[in-house]
Design a protein around this ligand. Structure first.
Ligand code: KG4
Ligand code: ZN
Length: 368
């Protein structure tokens, strides 16, 4: 039974997952409403709200999983990447709980955790596979080998796919985050109506780029007066549909190219943008045409949650990893590696509580 904690951005989440596959509870307190009026996440506001929400959220996750009387067997926490103040709330609580319960602790990479949502949704899925992880902060194409090693094959050179969708959505007054609202508007539009660029088209690359697309869309609006509120709804719907199509075109092409290069039979999507129906339909169709199997988590496991963190933590722990008490938040934690001396069996003798606190009192912080 693994308790997962996720506080990297604006969702305070806790979940209990059994054996890396079965979700016993999955609790999420979203701050989206709080940040909406600012048009984006305000880091300081986010970390304060995490502090208020985290204990009730963890309580609910433990209660729903029937863990009132006994602790979980492992605590997994998002260590990074993300907002440092937000990450710290989860990491500090995870350390405190693991220490008090005398259970092991594992630090998890948030982007990698998104990939693991596929293993929760499809218990029979096993690597090798190629996965496109697309969220508000990341667009990464990764290969997961049979032994669970991650290889980054390509990523965005500038904006993440979700960031690109969010930027146009905000400009059109659709609120934040706007990927889902833009998808809704796009349903009423023609995806071939507005000619928009596909960056790096014609290149045999696995990299992506979306900032030129955003600029082209803004120019399109400027040429029509600039103010989206004064444009007919049909024009906005056409722009939304064409813009989404341009993003999806690039994502699908890169995923299929990566599958071919790595000679895998399985492709997967992960991250908030993977909730997008157009993207899912296109990946399904293109994979089917090549005889590949396509996997997606359900939409609620695509966006940020702690069940995916528990699942990823379980697999890291099975691979022999355990965090030290020095585990720290790392806002720019790279994919494929856990940083800060958190790998390996650090607690090689029983933790001595007196030692632990005396280190604190000297101002050195927990060092074991
Ligand atoms: O994974 P996530 O919840 O948080 C990050 O780690 O960033 O992803 C959030 C991103 C946002 O950019 C949001 O607009 C996008 O996922 N998103 C969508 C959809 N639902 C969420 N993008 C397109 N279509 C959707 N249905
Ligand atoms: Zn995420």
């Amino acid at each position: 039974m693994v308790l997962g904690l996720e506080t990297s951005c604006d969702e305070t989440a806790a979940a209990v997952v059994r054996g890396g596959r079965e979700i016993c509870s999955n609790v999420i307190a979203s701050q989206a409403e709080l940040h909406r009026r600012y048009g984006g996440v305000v880091p300081e506001v986010a970390s304060r709200r995490h502090l208020e929400a985290i204990l009730p959220v963890v309580d609910a996750a433990l209660r729903q999983a029937g863990l009132e009387k006994r602790p979980p067997d492992l605590v997994a926490v998002t260590q990074g990447p993300g907002l440092v103040g937000s990450l710290l709330v989860g990491v500090a609580l995870a350390k405190a709980l693991a220490f008090a319960w005398k259970v092991p602790l594992v630090g998890v990479n948030h982007v990698e955790a998104h990939l693991y949502a596929n293993f929760l949704a499809h218990p029979d899925l096993s690597p090798p596979l190629v996965c496109l992880i697309v969220s508000g902060g990341h667009s990464e194409l990764v290969y997961l080998s049979t032994s669970g090693q991650l290889e980054v094959l390509g990523r965005t050179r500038d904006d993440a796919a979700g960031e690109a969708l969010d930027k146009l959505a905000r400009h059109l007054g659709l609120g934040y985050p706007g990927g889902a609202a833009l998808e809704e508007l796009a349903r009423k539009g023609d995806p071939a109506a507005v000619p928009l660029p596909r960056a790096l088209a014609g290149e045999e690359t696995l990299e992506m780029s979306f900032s030129g697309l955003k600029t082209a869309a803004l120019h399109y609006l400027e040429a029509r007066g600039g103010d989206p509120a004064r444009l007919p709804p049909g024009v906005l719907a056409d722009l939304a549909a064409s813009y989404q199509e341009a993003v999806v075109d690039v994502l699908v092409e890169r995923l299929m190219r990566a599958a071919q290069r790595k000679r895998v039979r399985q492709v997967a999507l992960a991250g908030g943008v993977a909730a997008n129906e157009t993207l899912r339909r296109r990946v399904q169709a293109e994979a089917g045409a090549r005889g590949l199997e396509a996997f997606f988590p359900p939409p609620e496991l695509c966006t940020d949650n702690a069940a995916m963190v528990a699942c990823a933590g379980y697999h890291r722990w099975r691979g022999g990893e355990e965090a030290a008490w020095s585990l720290n938040a790392d806002p720019s934690l790279p994919l494929g590696r856990v940083s800060g001396g958190s790998c390996g069996k650090i607690v090689d003798k029983p933790v001595n509580i007196v030692d632990f606190f005396s280190t604190e009192e000297r101002g050195g912080g927990p060092s074991k």
